[in-house]
Write a protein of this length. Structure first.
Length: 95
């Protein structure tokens, strides 16, 4: 897990963007591999993904954890998924 100084600055206390437009663009991924991060990641759990081009270029993915904070993990631990609108709304309420 990699935490960056900009991560706290880029996320609100609830872990969701204050912009409705940004929330509508939010993507999701399922954790498929959590070895070494069992306390931080749950296999088969859906995580909200925060867009981060620098992280993506480095092979990482920024996801929002249970505390509402965003952290970097290796992208190969996740598979991106499309979710129906009702599921997206439910997930964003949790995030």
């Amino acid at each position: 897990m990699k935490r960056t100084a900009s991560a706290k600055r880029n996320s609100s206390a609830s872990g969701t963007s204050t912009s409705r437009k940004a929330a509508k663009r939010r993507t999701f991924a399922v954790c498929v591999r959590n070895e070494g991060y069992e306390a931080s990641l749950e296999r088969n759990k859906i995580y909200a993904v925060v867009a981060d081009d620098d992280a993506r270029r480095d092979g990482d993915l920024r996801v929002i954890d249970e505390s509402g904070e965003d952290y970097l993990f290796s992208a190969d631990r996740f598979v991106a998924i499309e979710v129906p609108a009702a599921v997206k709304n439910s997930l964003l309420k949790r995030a």
